[in-house]
Write a protein that binds this ligand. Structure first.
Ligand code: SAM
Ligand code: CA
Length: 247
């Protein structure tokens, strides 16, 4: 169990969750959530992976601990068994998924970069859940196209987590709506895009934030207008939009 002291491992006592700090109006409130609900209940392998990932130069990409906790609980609530993840990085959300699924659960995990997945893999193996993961290196879109063409994957996924190239989310949605089962859920991550979705036009945004913002805005509009799904946009992590397929 992590203690308050442990959560204060940072010199100034503040959390080290990356990339998500500013969405809650109060950083102290976020720290409170982490210390009271998230860190004390975080499974040991997830803590280990979070700490290993924190040392990696691209750690801003990792899923935050509170979002990892949310995904883990959500998957249990919907009794997910057959899942997909697009965008793995070192595997924090993947591990939170793998730990939530039953022993015979499955995760098709897609990422263009296997090297980063291999940072987390020994921890995932040690946790005894690696057998649930089918990792495929390469761009996700052609894999989705193959599955659709194949025909046997239509409506087969209980849950799909999308956390990869934001400029392709609309393209993913066009395919995933076919692959997720009716009643199943797709989660699109980073839909509040560091709060930039409400930034004024002249706001000093980082280059990549500005570039992807228009794609995120377009996605958010498209999801709200899509009558095949029911949605809920949650301010967890960097914003996650849950879409339940209804037809
Ligand atoms: N879910 C991960 C976690 O919990 O740490 C974070 C994923 S990170 C934000 C985005 C990932 O998407 C990167 O690992 C990147 O290599 C991957 N990616 C980018 N473009 C991709 C594509 N076209 N197909 C599959 N993966 C892609
Ligand atoms: Ca993310």
């Amino acid at each position: 169990m992590a203690t308050n002291g442990e959560a204060k491992q940072n010199q100034n006592g503040r959390h080290q969750e990356v990339g998500h700090k500013s969405l809650l109006q109060s950083d102290a409130l976020y720290q409170y959530i982490l210390e009271t609900s998230v860190y004390p209940t975080e499974p040991a392998p997830m803590k280990e992976l979070r700490e290993v990932t924190a040392k990696h130069p691209w750690n801003i990409m990792t899923t935050s601990a509170d979002e990892g906790q949310f995904l883990n609980l959500l998957l249990k609530l919907i009794n997910a068994k057959n899942t997909m993840e697009i965008g793995v990085y070192t595997g924090y959300s993947l591990l939170s998924t793998a730990l939530a699924l039953p022993h015979d659960g499955k995760i098709l995990a897609l990422d263009i970069n296997r090297e980063n997945y291999e940072i987390g893999l020994p921890i995932i193996q040690k946790a005894g859940v690696a057998h649930k993961i089918d990792f495929r290196e390469g761009p996700a879109l052609p894999v989705l196209d193959e599955m659709i063409e194949d025909g046997q994957y239509h409506g087969t996924f209980d849950f799909i987590f999308v956390d990869a190239d934001k400029d392709n989310y609309i393209n993913y949605h066009k395919r995933l709506i076919d692959l997720v089962k009716v009643g199943g859920v797709i989660g699109y991550d980073n839909t509040l895009w560091n709060g930039s979705v409400v930034a004024p036009p002249d706001a000093p945004l980082r280059k990549y934030v500005r570039y992807y913002r228009d794609f995120v805005l377009e996605l958010n509009k498209a999801l709200a207008a899509d009558s095949r799904i029911e949605i809920c946009m949650l301010p967890v992590g960097d914003g996650i939009t849950l879409c339940r397929r209804i037809s």
